[in-house]
Design a binder for this molecule. Structure first.
Ligand code: ZN
Length: 292
């Protein structure tokens, strides 16, 4: 297992972690500058941040800092209730794929979607099995475009509390079943993003990481699970402040040959988003060395 205690060579910052500090958006170029100043070599930006900063300008900024993208957030949201939506979703995912390629991301992260309409507060039906079938078809279709372009797709299973509104793939087992169905050759074109926040509780987790193997382990996201958790979405903890045995999960990933970045992804409306962004990055570096 790699020793992270002496440097932060393998730290990546998911830019949502510092997207909005003390009530003001922190522009993506400024986030990248602040990361570069601290010797952080990788980031994973969100599409809305890139849209504001400009795709070309962001790609130039990444290149200027000689940074890597541990992933690009995100594609997916494959579920729909009518044909017009299906096409709009397909086209939007193709744009996400284009952007990921332009930015040279290691993978395009997929949050697959839940029941159509649920995110807006009104689910159009209760057929979660049907939603899951749409997800498989959507990933299959996007994979046809992604494979020849060499952009791996990383399915991110989300904690079951998000099954209705954000993602109806909720365990690593489900995600791996989709991978095996669509990419039986384990080509590297389709795999998973293992986010400790979503999967830490799963009694099968370590066995599933072994099942995934190196070919399927495309990304590793870290934060911590706080007790109590006061918000379903925006109360993630800094590594070391909660109950997840992050090091044990990383050890299982690395035992399979995973050698990529540990990407810090923290949505924290009342705590970390209320602090100075630079100070948050400094804390990420310190916790990466001692708690990841
Ligand atoms: Zn994640």
């Amino acid at each position: 297992m790699r020793d992270f205690s002496n440097d932060h060579r393998w730290l990546s910052i998911n830019t949502a972690t510092v997207r909005r500090q003390r009530g003001a958006d922190w522009p993506l170029p400024d986030i990248l500058d602040a990361c570069a100043e601290r010797g952080i070599r990788a980031v994973s930006p969100w599409r809305d941040q890139v849209a504001v900063a400009g795709l070309r300008a962001t790609a130039d900024c990444v290149r200027r800092h000689a940074m890597e993208l541990s992933g690009y957030c995100r594609g997916g949201m494959f579920t729909y209730a009518d044909e017009v939506s299906r096409r709009a979703i397909r086209d939007d995912n193709r744009r996400a794929l284009d952007e990921a390629c332009t930015l040279g991301a290691a993978c395009l992260v997929l949050v697959v979607g839940g029941l159509p309409g649920a995110l807006g507060g009104r689910a159009k039906h209760k057929d979660i099995a049907g939603a899951r079938a749409q997800v498989v078809d959507g990933i299959a279709e996007l994979l046809e475009d992604a494979r020849p372009r060499g952009m791996p797709l990383a399915i991110e299973p989300l904690h079951p509390m998000y099954a209705a509104d954000r993602a109806c793939i909720n365990t690593l087992e489900q995600a791996l079943d989709v991978c095996d169905a669509l990419d039986p050759a384990r080509s590297g074109a389709l795999g998973v993003a293992v986010d400790v926040y979503h999967v830490w509780w799963d009694p099968k987790l370590l066995a599933l990481i072994e099942r995934a193997g190196r070919a399927r382990l495309l990304a590793f996201h870290v934060c911590d699970w706080l007790t109590p958790t006061t918000d379903l979405l925006e109360d993630r903890g800094m590594m070391g402040d909660g109950v997840i045995d992050i090091r044990r999960i990383r050890a299982a990933m690395e035992a399979q040959g995973f050698a990529g970045y540990s990407e810090v992804e923290i949505f924290s409306a009342r705590n970390w988003w209320q602090r100075d962004g630079g100070a948050v990055l400094d804390t990420c570096i310190e916790r990466h060395r001692h708690c990841v």
